[in-house]
Design a binder for this molecule. Structure first.
Ligand code: MTE
Length: 323
């Protein structure tokens, strides 16, 4: 199986964005119509690509998908944070094409029985890509709704048999001066690093993404492999991962090391904990039809709306102290 096949839906299932959105809209309308419930559609055309299917009530309840309006493909891939390619929102899409995606290896080690350095293909071998439609809330106060493709991080981590000492998981992004012009500037202490507590890493919503909108991840979105943790601020969702390490102590992370009073280790989305320089009560939702970057301001929700799935991870913790 080629890299492309391994990470994406079959080519026959890849739809362009307009078709994708229209199918979702139609199917959502159909699913809501009591007279035309989908099960009753005998003789209707073959089911559309899974990527275009509207979320079922069960999927919404599990947090796996949402039927909220999607952010356009152009906005998801044109308005980015990827400081290795510059600090402007348009810099990554303009500069990241130089990032070589193959061969790509990921070193997995630390507190585990079976460490190894694997090709990306081997890392996710045998795991079928799943589609997740998640909200992504950036600490800067904007948000998107993105249809990702990926595999649950837990399914990958378990293969390395973490030991009882593995209390956290640390992630590292590639830092190659030759390919990443932003590395020349010490905006961050490179390489970009992130970390999760082991129970957060093993949570079923935590995704290792390899694609979006039914296509391979573009470089600017963290190709070929990035983390997506939908209940945390976007900076926890580290891009272009080359190392995953099981560790006993809380690992140092990029933004937290830079400004610990502004960016906590946990960084769970929380409208009641303001950033010292701005409110986190609302967000600009970049989604829906209309002009590029049309953004309506909406209230921010605790855990980005995934509280039902993840609040128990933080039972008994003061979320203001452990922000
Ligand atoms: N990962 C790396 N390596 N470098 C970065 O600058 N930016 C983070 C995160 N992952 C970043 C990163 C931030 S601040 C956000 S909001 C998300 O990526 C943005 O992801 P997107 O560009 O795919 O929307």
């Amino acid at each position: 199986m080629s890299l492309r096949q391994a990470f994406t839906l079959p080519a026959s299932q890849i739809t362009d964005e307009a078709v994708y959105r229209e199918r979702r809209r139609l199917l959502a309308a159909l699913a809501m119509s009591p007279a035309l419930g989908l099960a009753g559609c005998a003789g209707a055309e073959a089911p559309p690509p899974s990527a275009a299917r509207p979320a079922s009530p069960e999927q919404i309840k599990a947090g796996l998908r949402t039927n909220e309006p999607l952010t356009t493909y152009a906005d998801v891939t044109g308005y980015n944070n990827f400081y290795e390619f510059g600090t402007g929102k348009g810099d990554p899409s303009a500069a990241a094409k130089t990032l070589r995606l193959s061969p790509w290896t990921v070193a997995v080690g630390g507190e585990c029985a079976k460490p190894g350095k694997l090709s990306l293909e081997d890392l996710i071998k045998g795991l079928a890509p799943q589609e997740r439609v998640y909200r992504l809330r950036c600490v800067e106060g904007w948000s998107m709704v993105i249809p990702w493709l990926g595999v649950p991080l837990a399914d990958v981590l378990k293969r390395f048999e973490p030991t009882a000492k593995a209390k956290y998981v640390a992630f590292t992004t590639l830092a190659d001066r030759k390919q990443m012009p932003g590395i020349a500037y010490p905006s961050i202490s490179w390489p970009y690093r992130e970390g999760l507590r082991i129970d957060e890493a093993m949570h079923p919503l935590t995704l290792l993404a390899t694609g979006l909108y039914g296509k391979p991840l573009p470089q600017q979105n963290g190709a070929p492999l990035r983390l997506v943790v939908p209940w945390k601020y976007g900076f926890k969702s580290i891009k272009s991962i080359v190392a995953i390490t099981f560790v006993e102590r809380r690992p140092a992370t990029a933004w937290n090391s830079l400004q610990p009073d502004e960016y906590g280790f946990f960084s769970n989305v929380n409208p009641d904990v303001d950033h010292p320089r701005w409110s986190q009560k609302t967000e600009r939702r970049i989604a829906g039809t209309g002009s590029k970057l049309f953004a309506e301001r909406i209230p921010t929700r605790l855990f980005n709306g995934y509280g039902e799935q993840v609040a128990s991870l933080y039972a008994g913790m003061n979320l203001k102290t452990w922000f």
